[in-house]
Design a binder for this molecule. Structure first.
Ligand SMILES: NC(=O)c1ccc[n+]([C@@H]2O[C@H](COP(=O)([O-])OP(=O)(O)OC[C@H]3O[C@@H](n4cnc5c(N)ncnc54)[C@H](O)[C@@H]3O)[C@@H](O)[C@H]2O)c1
Length: 309
């Protein structure tokens, strides 16, 4: 199959690309390398068609996407904190850029599976969060993700097959400093034998889902008969940020205590997915446990550090 992945040099996108290449698809990566890195594609670079363009460049996109059967759309500006100082830029990339993909899906008839976000819910009234819960985004980034959903609905009505996956907090190899960067930040601190820094008291709860499980959700959504839906992609389990910090310290066997700093603006306090719809529509469930991954990753990090010294 001819498949394109926007944001394919980023964290989630590069894992999708690796999976598709292994499966034997003909993969085109579209990325302007704003936060993405070509090194993220090192394992597959000889087997893909990498095109460095901006998703706001409609004419170039049109030439590239005319023969594809599906697009995984991951490209976005994805930092909540950064979005407060650049709301217009976030709107332009995340909303206008996404509409370009939807417009071309309408013209050429390909299916789109794209990255929405649990941030569309804002601070939830009920936990776990069901897909039909109230949407109340509390930062400019999250607002762009809700605007994308409104666009997805508009194009669905015009016959476009488009599925929005509402990712919860993703963790895994090659994670960028964006959305769920807390795990990456904690791991970097631990690697240098420093205690994790927690914003606030650490009572915030998060639903962390492994990046390769997220890849599977994307693939299953693309292959399913479902044409239009917004689906939570999480585990339905949570950990508080304080528990996470303590878990990472425990995995490291270091004698450390987390440090607390000020709470972040625009940070949702509690997040936990209701995962029934993903099971029902896609037959998808998470497989990898955060704790197992952390144990393995922390031990590898410290081993590498010691052998490099
Ligand atoms: N990582 C998470 O936990 C998480 C959670 C919810 C939603 N999401 C969404 O998932 C998607 C992927 O996130 P990620 O964590 O991999 O982020 P990332 O920053 O690693 O990847 C985004 C990619 O998009 C590219 N990009 C940015 N602007 C572009 C533009 N104008 N034109 C072309 N390419 C552009 C970047 O260079 C980067 O490679 C994003 O849409 C993000 O909003 C991520």
């Amino acid at each position: 199959m001819n498949i394109a992945v926007t944001g394919g040099a980023g964290f989630v996108g590069s894992h999708i690309v690796e999976y598709l290449v292994k499966r034997g698809d003909n993969v085109t990566v579209i990325d302007n390398l704003y936060t993405g890195k070509k090194e993220n594609l090192d394992a597959v670079i000889d087997k893909i068609n990498f095109i460095q363009i901006d998703i706001r460049d409609f004419d170039s996109l049109k030439k590239i996407l005319k023969d594809v059967q599906g697009v995984f759309h991951e490209a976005a500006l994805a930092s909540v904190q950064d979005s407060f100082s650049k709301p217009e830029k976030y709107y332009d990339v995340n909303v206008n850029g996404t509409e370009n993909i939807f417009k071309l899906a309408k013209e050429f008839g390909f299916k789109v599976v794209y990255a929405s976000s649990s941030s569309v819910y804002g601070d939830p009234i009920e936990i776990p969060i069901r897909e039909d819960a109230q949407k109340n985004p509390i930062n400019p980034y999250a607002k762009t993700k809700l605007d994308d959903e409104i666009l997805a609905e508009k194009y669905s009505k015009q016959g476009v097959d488009v599925i929005g996956l509402r990712y919860f907090n993703i963790f895994g190899e090659r994670q960028s400093m964006n959305y769920a960067g807390v795990i990456k930040l904690f791991l970097e601190r631990i690697q240098n034998q420093n205690p994790p820094i927690i914003n606030g008291d650490g009572s915030q709860i998060r639903d962390f889902v492994y990046v390769k499980d997220v890849v599977q959700a994307n693939i299953m959504a693309m292959e399913s008969n479902v044409k239009n839906a917004f689906i939570n992609i999480g585990t339905g389990k949570t950990v508080s940020i304080l528990e996470l910090a303590n878990q990472i310290i425990k995995s490291s066997n270091l004698k450390l205590k987390p440090i607390h700093k000020e709470e972040l603006k625009g940070d949702v306090h509690d997040s936990k997915a209701d995962v029934e719809l993903a099971k029902k529509l896609l037959n998808w469930e998470y497989k990898i446990e955060l704790k197992d991954w952390l144990d393995q990753t922390v031990s590898n990090l410290l081993k590498n550090k010691n052998t490099n010294q």
